[in-house]
Structures are given as structure tokens and as C-alpha cells.
Design a protein. Structure first.
Length: 179
């Protein structure tokens, strides 16, 4: 059995069908094992023998619509991908906190050209790198007020098939997958 995390785009605790217990129920209903959640922002961990990620993503997206009337882009990552990403220490010497906001933006599809990843013009955000194995854009923002502008830049560069997590959340997901 492979351990996965489903990174659901646009899931927030304020939505009526966005509670973790309802989300976990969808995954359990699909027959996945070891279903858990990390925070209240659409991070569902689970086990499955299936290895066809696009097919799994489609099953999950269809079930979310059918059972919760929620349309959410689902981006799956296997535990080894996230473990390798964390182990790569993409933010050496930096600590996530006020004034240094570390993020990982996960892409549903690999970027056609990783050279598109560059510092956003006229901002306090610096793209650290594009991690091809995890299909993740890693960035640090020196001023958290730049967040909305950077998110718009990411959507313009990569489309809407993306979802962003703080680096702290990525680390929590990896710990959950290991437990």
C-alpha cells in the first residue's frame, strides 16, 4: 500500500461541506485506508494499492462533487515525493515565520518549461526553485502582504491546476504520512 496526500484546492473550514470529517468520509467511502487529515485546509492522507495518480485524482474529484457538491482540483503526492522534497532542505537557513513566509505550490501537471519559474517582478517574493519530482514551486516571501499578488502570478504562470501550502504544512503532512 502506498501512502498519499490529496491536496485539495480551495478547501477552507468556512465552507458548509468543507469539514474534515465529511472529507475523510468521502475518502473512506472510496475504499482508501488509513484516512486522516492535516489542518482544516484540504489535506487528506490515505493509503491505496492504486498507483495511477491521474485516475485516483479523477475518482476523488468526482466523489467530492457527487457526495459534497464540492468542485476542487485534487493534486496527489506520494509519501516518497514529499519526503524527498523536505529532505532536500530547499530553504537552508530560513525559518518560516513573520517576515519569512515559506511556501510550496504544487502543480497538477509538470511545468512544460521550468525556466518560467523566476522571481516575480517588483515584489518581495523570491522563487527558490522548481522541484521537478514533486512538481512544486518553492518560494519565500519577505512580506506576507505580497501573498495575493504572488498567487495571481502563479496562476498566470501555471494555470489554475495548482495549490499552495505553507512549508510548515508540508512538514506536518510528511509527519502525518509517517505516523
Amino acid at each position: 500500500m502506498q501512502r498519499y496526500v490529496a491536496l485539495l484546492r480551495g478547501i477552507a473550514p468556512s465552507g458548509r461541506n468543507m469539514t474534515n470529517d465529511k472529507l475523510r468520509g468521502v475518502f473512506e467511502g472510496l475504499g482508501f485506508g488509513d484516512v486522516g487529515s492535516v489542518l482544516a485546509s484540504g489535506n487528506i492522507t490515505f493509503s491505496s494499492a492504486a498507483t495511477d495518480l491521474p485516475a485516483l485524482e479523477q475518482r476523488i474529484e468526482a466523489a467530492l462533487v457527487e457526495q459534497l457538491e464540492v468542485r476542487s482540483t485534487t493534486i496527489l503526492r506520494a509519501y516518497p515525493q514529499l519526503r524527498a522534497l523536505v529532505d532536500s532542505d530547499p530553504f537552508p537557513g530560513l525559518v518560516h515565520g513573520r517576515g519569512t513566509y515559506l511556501t510550496a505550490t504544487f502543480l497538477k501537471e509538470p511545468a512544460a518549461d521550468p525556466e518560467i519559474v523566476r522571481d516575480q517582478p517588483d515584489s518581495h517574493t523570491r522563487v527558490v526553485r522548481y522541484d521537478r519530482p514533486a512538481c512544486a514551486v518553492l518560494a519565500v516571501t519577505d512580506d506576507t502582504a505580497e501573498g495575493p499578488n504572488f498567487m495571481l502570478w502563479l496562476e498566470n504562470a501555471f494555470g489554475k491546476g495548482i495549490t499552495t501550502r505553507s512549508w510548515l504544512t508540508v512538514e506536518r503532512i510528511v509527519r502525518k504520512l509517517e505516523s
